[in-house]
Design a protein around this ligand. Structure first.
Ligand SMILES: O=C(O)C(=O)C[C@]1(C(=O)O)C=C[C@@H](O)C=C1
Length: 357
């Protein structure tokens, strides 16, 4: 290799790295000052709207050659490290480690946090409501399997607000201790993952027993201790438990994604590009849904998502989970919400938060 040519280029990189280091520490010192100001008033350390603005600014200013998504990953971690100098936030998620929920946590908060694995979605809400965690990250919808009903039900009752959302690509792999299917009599995974890989499993391993377990990471743990078990999980989980890949990316939908909600005891202020999640119920009469949504079009508020859930009253009544563009503090959103609130049998704003960057 021609190191003579590399040497001057590496010297340039060294000089640039020294300048970046200096600037990073200057930034961190300012974040520490911010931390002191916040401590005086007990103000929240994590400000999702501000972080979204910083990430959008960086993407807008970026002239390359680095890609916007890589710039945003870097700045997410820079902010995470700066934030940790103010205080390390605790984030509860559906554990154990190695789940897609954990990936969603790091995507939203960066690595400089304390991640708190919980045994169920209920437990994530409880830990966050009790203050054991500052935030909770819960799956809300999968692109191939639909809504995560437990999360929708808990959102109805909780005192927490949604302060952000994060979507991640969900890719499942079939893995075992030996990296083959030899001696494997059971394929274990969370029921959602089994459903998301159903066609592939029917085609390739129709006669191998399938067992639903608490999480994909739990399946990976089981496979690591037993040659007769294969697990469907993320490659990250497989790596954590030293599994070999039998087949990668076996989910039936190659664009399989899961959307997660970040819940906390924080009401997020506007970031400039936000959305608002609400849940409402109608009186059980003709045209009720149509009338219910009329205030949205009247005030020019766009609906981006609509999901219904039986209210379990036995009367064919439903809760409607609706996402709209804009923040509840925006005049037209506020006007529409006030009207919805008047007409609905039940109405709750789940939260306003930045659209994903
Ligand atoms: O601006 C703030 O409030 C900060 O605390 C600074 C900072 C950052 O590093 O830019 C860190 C944490 C917040 O979540 C938002 C931004």
């Amino acid at each position: 290799m021609n190191d003579n040519k590399l040497l001057p280029l590496r010297e340039k990189i060294d000089a640039i790295d020294a300048a970046i280091l200096e600037l990073l520490n200057q930034r961190a010192s300012v974040a520490q000052e911010v931390g002191h100001v916040k401590a005086e008033t007990n103000a929240p350390v994590f400000r999702p709207e501000r972080e979204a603005q910083v990430l959008r600014n960086m993407a807008a200013k970026n002239t390359g050659p680095l890609l916007n998504e890589d710039i945003q990953l870097i700045f997410r971690e820079v902010m995470s490290a700066c934030r940790a100098l103010e205080r390390r936030v605790v984030v509860a998620f559906l554990g154990p480690v190695g789940t897609f929920s954990e990936q969603a946590v790091y995507k939203q908060f960066g690595r400089a946090i304390e991640a708190l694995p919980c045994i169920s979605i209920d437990e994530v809400f409880r830990a966050t409501e009790a203050g054991t965690a500052d935030f909770g990250v819960v799956p809300i919808e999968n692109s191939s399997e639909g809504a995560i009903n437990r999360t929708l039900d808990l959102l109805l009752q909780t005192s927490l607000a949604i302060s952000g959302e994060v979507a991640i690509a969900v890719q499942h792999s079939l893995m075992s201790k030996s990296g083959t299917m030899e001696g494997v009599t059971r394929i274990c995974a969370h029921s959602q993952a089994l459903a998301q890989c159903q066609a592939w499993l029917n085609q390739h391993y129709p006669h191998v027993e399938r067992q639903a377990v608490a999480s994909n990471a739990e399946a990976a743990r089981m496979a690591s201790a037993d040659f007769s078990v294969a697990a469907i999980a993320s490659e990250i989980a497989g790596h954590q438990y030293n599994l070999g890949i039998v087949s990668a990316h076996i989910q039936d939908d190659p664009h399989n994604r899961t959307r997660f909600a970040v819940v906390g005891r924080l009401n997020t202020t506007p970031s400039g590009k936000d959305q608002t999640s609400i849940v409402l119920a109608t009186p059980n009469k003709a045209g009720a849904v149509y009338n219910l949504l009329a205030p949205l079009s009247k005030h020019g508020v766009s609906m981006t998502r609509f999901e219904s859930r039986p209210a379990r009253t036995g009367n064919w009544e439903y809760y409607f989970y609706v996402d709209v563009e804009g923040h509840a503090m925006d005049a037209k959103v506020k006007a529409a919400m006030d009207e919805l609130n008047q007409d609905a049998a039940f109405f709750k704003i789940l939260g306003s938060y930045p659209c994903t960057v």
